[in-house]
Design a binder for this molecule. Sequence first.
Ligand SMILES: [Mg+2]
Ligand SMILES: [Zn+2]
Length: 197
Amino acid sequence: MNATTATAAVFVDRDGTLIKERGFLDRVERLAFYPWTVDAIRALNHAGLRIVLVSNQSGIARGLLTEAVVEEVHGRMESVLQAGGAHIDAYYYCPHHPDGNVARYAQHCDCRKPKRGLVDRAARELGIDPARSFIVGDRWLDVGLARTVGARGVLVRTGYGAIEEMQTTRDLAADAIVDNFAGAASWVLMNMDRPCR
Ligand SMILES: [Mg+2]
Ligand SMILES: [Zn+2]
């Protein structure tokens, strides 16, 4: 897929961005959407943007949850979204962590954010141009990932975002810092037709 046909996407973090931060979400019953998430995703769907979830799930490597649980959570998320006329185009997650205690996941990998592996996979599989895209999350690592792939990065203050915002020592600036994912969606819609700086 070349740059003229590749599409723009919003890569979205999961925990603390679309759904409430729960530490390690180990049971689907503990899943809770923020009240604005479905509407915000639907607005982005209608704007023709691909929506791609990119999530670090090191709880798998740590033995705190399984890939089956993560898949179940994503299945539940998708039914809630679709009931509201919204959808996420693809769900990607990194199950790894170098300090994990489950052997097959305890490794350095190229997909744990802020590494770019998940974005590269999505770009390849879905024909996305990262340079026309956005990354929204509640951690500086999400913004760092945006910098790495040439996307625009939006930090939300939900989840860890308000704490992250106060950590001013890092050499990293977000394109926007907003209260929540509704604010991020508005910012994306206002900026999607402008070229990346
Ligand atoms: Mg997060
Ligand atoms: Zn990984």
